[in-house]
Design a protein around this ligand. Structure first.
Ligand SMILES: *Cc1c(COP(=O)(O)O)cnc(C)c1O
Length: 456
């Protein structure tokens, strides 16, 4: 066999990739691309996937036939089997992690109503146009009205691309060249190496840190505020808890200092949630005296990735009119999904949070039983879910799931659909809290298929 490496800068000989047992006659029998593309299944796939994607599958199948990996007669079938299901490389994943808002698997899943809204907005739409007058209109007015309606304590609202963008815009518009007074106990890292202090400093505002990591008092703030103060910032330390000898200053007290208080509440709860008593919400925070509240749209609110800004009309207006606002402008798809989340039925995040252990136990028991009947060892177990995504860090969500052999984890992640659980004490735990009940069968089939692949 010849060396496959090109030598002397010359391109490899055409026959270099031809195994010795393949004759040129065999290669001539490989069907031509256009003939393969005429297959009705491949032809139909072109409207969903585009000609280039389908053609790539055919060319790869031809290559495999050329290399002798598949038979020349199998080129069409091989190309059909290789067709991706969708034009996106993103795959729908079953969240069996027990973490309700899991950043790595896309945080909040949209409700059906929000998905429908995205479909509507995907075409031409009156996002910035008044159909009655034929004139330009305020962008996303319906979405902003829905948000304002959900939080009457807010005089005005604005929406940007994400929570970090909302905070950057507030810092840029209200504190550039000035100081942001913030407690050392709230200088958090959001995740993936992004740190709030770095984000804020990058806007041209100076950070005036007060207090210590575990304790900050109102006197610390009072000594720091003055003519150079842009605003006082209160950050919800959403992904960790400080225990022991601690104290922090509530928004109500900070508001008494006489400077605008911007509160980054993180998770996007608009109203108090009795299930999550320690999680701040926009309405309560504004009523306590915050001038502005910023939050994410795709955490506990259960909507699309977005940054919400709510508060005093004069301040929201300064943010809206700042040149940077244009760079952080949300897409029409986001506006549509957010409005449907606010006005429509409760999103999957709420459903996952409200699952009771009795219902979860029944489902887990049925799943384990069904797996065992297929010869797959499985056990119903008690698990502990989390809110995740920077929300309610100390809160444990008692849950139920099924434990299977940890060796199935990689097969399940790469199966169809991919199922992501977590490995705990050498077992793979599939927590059912975030799995919609209608997906239980899909999980069962995926586990059975994974077990079969492992044996095969
Ligand atoms: C999640 C979070 C952010 C960042 O919001 P994104 O929407 O991810 O940009 C900022 N602050 C807090 C307190 C958060 O929890």
């Amino acid at each position: 066999m010849r060396d496959l490496q090109p030598t002397g800068g010359k391109p490899p000989d055409q026959s270099a990739d031809q195994p010795p047992n393949q004759s040129s006659d065999h290669r001539r029998r490989i069907p031509r691309t256009d003939d393969v593309l005429a297959d009705p299944r491949l032809d139909a796939a072109m409207s969903a996937l585009g000609r280039d994607t389908v053609k790539r599958c055919v060319v790869r199948a031809q290559d495999r036939a050329r290399q002798g990996t598949i038979d020349v007669d199998a080129v069409t079938e091989d190309a059909v089997a290789a067709l991706p299901a969708h034009a996106t490389s993103l795959r729908r994943v079953v969240n069996a992690t027990g973490v309700v808002v899991h950043t790595n698997i896309g945080r909040a899943p949209l409700s059906d109503a929000a998905v429908d809204a995205v479909r509507v907005a995907a075409g031409h739409t009156d996002v910035e146009y008044d159909l009655a007058s034929g004139q330009r209109a305020g962008r996303g007015a319906g979405t902003l009205a829905a948000l304002a309606g959900a939080v009457p304590a807010a005089e005005s609202v604005h929406v940007v691309n994400n929570g970090a963008a909302a905070l950057s815009l507030a810092a840029t518009a209200l504190a550039q060249g000035l100081e942001i007074v913030v407690s050392r106990g709230e200088m958090v890292e959001i995740g993936d190496g992004f740190r709030l202090p770095d984000l804020l400093s990058s806007t041209g505002a100076a950070l005036r840190e007060v207090g210590t990591t575990n304790r900050t008092s109102i006197d610390d703030y009072a000594a720091a505020v003055g003519p150079r103060t842009g605003f006082v910032l209160k950050v919800h330390p959403s992904n960790f808890v400080v225990r022991g000898f601690t104290s922090s200053v509530p928004v109500r007290e900070l508001a008494g200092l006489g400077f605008p208080v911007v509160a980054d509440i993180g998770s996007g709860l608009l109203r108090p949630d009795p299930e999550l008593p320690d999680e701040p919400d926009a309405a309560t925070t504004l009523r306590a005296g915050a001038a502005l509240v910023t939050a994410s749209g795709d955490k506990l609110l259960g909507g699309p990735q977005a940054g919400l800004v709510l508060g005093r009309a004069a301040l929201v207006d300064r943010l809206r009119r700042h040149p940077l606002a244009r760079a952080l402008r949300v897409d029409k798809l986001t506006l549509a999904a957010l409005e449907a989340t606010l006005r429509g039925p409760a999103p999957p995040v709420s459903r996952a949070l409200q699952q009771d252990t009795a219902g979860l136990h029944t489902r887990a028991w049925a799943l384990a039983e069904s797996l065992r009947s297929e010869g797959v060892p499985a056990e119903t177990i008690e698990t502990v879910g989390r809110v995740g995504g920077g929300g309610a860090p100390g809160v444990e969500l008692p849950s139920r799931g099924v434990a299977v052999d940890a060796a199935l984890a990689p097969m399940l992640r790469t199966g169809r659909p991919p199922v992501v659980g977590h490995v705990e004490r050498a077992r793979l735990v599939l927590d059912l809290r975030c799995v919609p009940p209608e997906q239980d069968d899909a999980v069962r089939n995926a586990v059975v298929a994974a077990a079969a692949r492992r044996e095969g």
